[in-house]
Write a protein that binds this ligand. Structure first.
Ligand code: PMP
Length: 441
């Protein structure tokens, strides 16, 4: 890219930068699902701030909320002190909680990132249970701080570091397509649940007094891998019976992404702790932990932090939640999800390189495989990261921004705004097919 801004970024920004390597554009403006670069080229944005932009870019209720804060001279920063806005935002969040939590749950505002929320959740359950170890899942992702990385089951991101947090035990996630037990389908989930239960009851298993289990109901960075509904129910039963707090990381799945406000609602379960970030701030940085009252064993001031009072984020978050309710955005998620799945499943039959299409709501993954590789015990070809990168690059050239994740970076991940229209979805899918075709030719 010849652009001077891009050159400056490449020269001056950390080598750890990620997205700019795949999407070498300089964004000038953005509205809804569309990003426009400094050359005037437009892109459909199916990354949407890694799932942050529930209503897309610059939705008018979000920009109006920002203007309102400024016009009324509301304080921009108050630490964790109260404001009418904060109270209203809290009430709005409580109104979308399951009945069981509506009256009794506690909320804690944390630092601005998802990782801040996850860190707080772990401290919370450690304080409440005095347990030591944390149970997490293979392929899971919880952040980039030391503790959240320790709980993320992706070695490639952390194996070069020395020890992070010693007491994490990884459990098998019910990844039905690449089944860790070699059975696949529904049986994957049954065996996984049985295995977890056995492990927790086996006093010689090496798991010391867990303080909690942390799980994503759909692994996001892990490749949009949904856990079966029955498995989630089983996990809730197993943890409840043993008094182990169940922490659901809703950082990516939360606030409508999967077609329900909270993704655990699909399984009709209620976790002990919910971590929210991304969409809950309505485009701006925010994270909160919501938890059952009995876990509130903090001492006063036990978990502090300067930026727990992002007032602007509360205004945009409140506006987003209200809009979602009033305009039944969840209905759109369901309709668009069906549209995506119908088309992508069609592509699966057309292109041998598409091994699996999966996800929930508007959190969708397409796993790319190598038909000249050796099949695994389930009869699936191996992951094909190189081709996935090539398809991503063709998508970009054709005007579609789409993220890659999963093992061997072989999953193309759709995370569009929840307000994406039927027409935009059709266009996105059109570009996607064109790009797959170009990449395999
Ligand atoms: N948990 C999950 C499930 C996530 O997807 C992410 C971010 N992709 C995080 C935690 C960490 O959030 P952040 O990047 O804001 O720290």
């Amino acid at each position: 890219v010849e652009n001077e801004y891009y050159k400056l970024q490449s020269e001056k920004e950390s080598n750890a930068r990620s997205y700019p390597r795949k999407f070498p554009l300089i964004i000038k403006k953005a509205k809804g699902t569309i990003i426009t670069d400094t050359d005037g080229k437009q892109y459909y944005d199916c990354l949407a701030g890694a799932g942050t932009l529930a209503l897309g870019h610059n939705h008018e209720v979000v920009t109006e909320a920002i203007k309102d804060v400024l016009e009324q001279q509301l304080p921009l920063h108050t630490l964790d002190l109260a404001t009418p806005l904060k109270i209203e935002f809290m009430q709005e969040i409580f109104s979308i909680l399951p009945e069981e939590l509506k009256d009794s749950a506690k909320i804690q505002f944390c630092g601005p990132t998802g990782a801040d929320g996850v860190e707080a959740a772990i401290k919370l359950v450690k304080t409440a249970t005095k347990g030591k170890s944390i149970l997490a899942f293979h392929g899971g992702y919880h952040g980039s701080t030391q503790a959240t990385m320790a709980m993320s089951g992706n070695l490639s991101k952390k194996q070069h570091l020395q020890s992070l947090l010693p007491d994490v035990h990884f459990l098998p996630f019910p990844y039905e397509y690449r089944c860790p037990f070699g059975v696949g389908g529904e049986q994957t989930s049954q065996i996984s649940a049985h295995y977890i239960e056995h492990l927790l009851d086996d006093c010689e298993s090496g798991i010391a007094a867990p303080c909690g289990v942390i799980v994503e109901t759909v692994q996001g960075e892990g490749g949009s891998v949904p856990a079966a509904i029955q498995w989630l129910k089983e996990l809730r039963r197993i943890t409840a019976e043993r008094g182990i707090p169940l922490i659901i990381d809703e950082v990516q799945t939360g606030i409508g992404r999967t077609g329900k406000m909270f993704s655990f609602e699909h399984a009709d379960i209620v976790p002990d702790v919910i971590v929210c970030s991304k969409a809950i701030g309505g485009s701006l940085p925010m994270s909160v932990v919501i938890y059952k009252e009995e876990l509130d064993k903090w001492n006063p001031g036990a978990h502090t932090g300067t930026f727990r009072g992002n007032q602007m984020g509360m205004a945009t978050g409140l506006a987003t939640l209200k809009y979602m309710k009033e305009h039944d955005v969840l209905e759109n998620v369901k309709d668009r999800s069906n549209q995506f799945f119908e088309y992508l499943n069609g592509l699966k039959h057309k292109y041998e390189v598409i091994g699996d299409v999966r996800g929930r709501g508007l959190m969708i993954g397409v796993e790319i495989v190598n038909p000249s590789g050796r099949k695994d015990q389930l009869g699936h070809y191996p992951q094909f990261g190189e081709l996935t990168a090539h398809i991503q690059e063709r998508c970009f050239a054709n005007g579609l921004i789409i993220e890659v994740g999963g093992r061997r970076s072989a999953v193309l991940r759709f995370l569009p705004p929840l307000t994406i229209s039927a027409l935009e979805t059709a266009k996105v899918l059109d570009i996607f097919e064109k790009s797959v075709k170009e990449a395999v030719e």
